[in-house]
Unconditional design. Structure first.
Length: 306
């Protein structure tokens, strides 16, 4: 449990020191040239936390090159927003963040999306099913939105497709795809799942072709009320359990996820699932360690991109 009255959630200096300890465990690291040679610039003429690189002579702070760079929002509010998203199992709406942090809705919405961007998995992560003892990966799909009963009038929006690959006793990776067919499913699986893995799916014909490329492929027939086979070893219930939490977030917290930003929402739920054995404080620290290389920018929707 983390005490949200901790100093780094309310004091700017403590917040900066907390972030520096996470991002720079071995001391200041220049984002411009990569040098560890640094001098802290102190005094009234310099803003708090300013550092000068002794090699390239550039000046920087701990937020340079991150989603927090050049933000007008105080750093301690960023840390609290990050913690609230990491600690809330089914997510937290931007309206709730707005009320708790005392910022505008636009600011809260933007902060949440930047933190979700930081939560995305590292590109260096290996394929699923390559390291876990079971080497079993479950694949399943679900749909977001598009229900006729949710609208009193007007056109019913198209359902958005989310496919999740869940490694038993391991991690999950979720993707929003435009079309649900064997070609797209195969491309998704072969680029994210180890060929030596055992693929578990439902009876959909989309998985038959790619199943032949795996070490093994087992399917359960949900249409015939079959959910478990082989003494409880063959099932896709792990993926279904992940979807149950994801859908609670969709229905109970966010209510609507636009197609343009759906990938960030799935990254948020993936991140919390993949760090489920950690404490809230540890999970928040991992999210903060991923903020580098993701510069904060904001463009009005009616502005022309440069």
């Amino acid at each position: 449990m983390t005490n949200i009255t901790a100093p780094h959630f309310h004091d700017e200096t403590k917040a900066r020191e907390h972030l520096e300890a996470i991002r720079w465990p071995e001391g200041p690291f220049c984002p411009h040239c990569g040098s560890f040679a640094a001098t802290r610039l102190e005094g009234k003429k310099h803003r708090a936390g300013l550092i000068q690189c002794n090699d390239c002579r550039e000046q920087y702070t701990v937020t340079v090159g991150t989603v927090f760079e050049r933000s007008k929002v105080p750093l301690h509010k960023w840390l609290l927003c990050n913690h609230l998203l990491c600690a809330s199992k089914k997510g937290m709406s931007a309206k709730q963040i707005e009320r708790m942090l005392g910022v505008t809705y636009k600011t809260a919405w933007f902060m949440c999306h930047r933190i979700r961007e930081a939560m995305k998995a590292d590109e260096t992560d290996g394929p699923l099913g390559g390291n876990t003892p079971s080497r079993i990966v479950e694949a399943d799909e679900t749909y977001v939105g598009g229900k006729a009963k949710n609208r009193a009038w007007g056109k019913i929006p198209e359902k958005k497709i989310v496919v999740s690959l869940v490694e038993r006793e391991g991690h999950v990776r979720s993707f929003h795809i435009a079309n649900l067919n064997a070609k797209d499913i195969r491309a998704l699986i072969v680029t994210n799942v180890d060929r030596k893995a055992h693929l578990m799916t439902d009876e959909s014909s989309m998985y038959k072709q790619v199943g032949l490329e795996m070490r093994a492929h087992t399917a359960v027939h949900h249409g015939k009320k079959q959910y478990v086979r082989h003494q409880g070893l063959s099932h896709s219930n792990t993926a279904e359990n992940f979807f149950s939490i994801f859908k609670r977030g969709v229905i109970g917290t966010y209510h609507h996820m636009s197609e343009a930003h759906l990938a960030r929402y799935t990254a948020e739920f993936d991140f919390r699932y993949n760090t489920r054995t950690m404490t809230d404080a540890e999970r928040s620290a991992v999210a903060l360690s991923r903020i580098g290389g993701k510069r904060l920018t904001y463009r009005r929707t009616d502005a022309i991109a440069a």
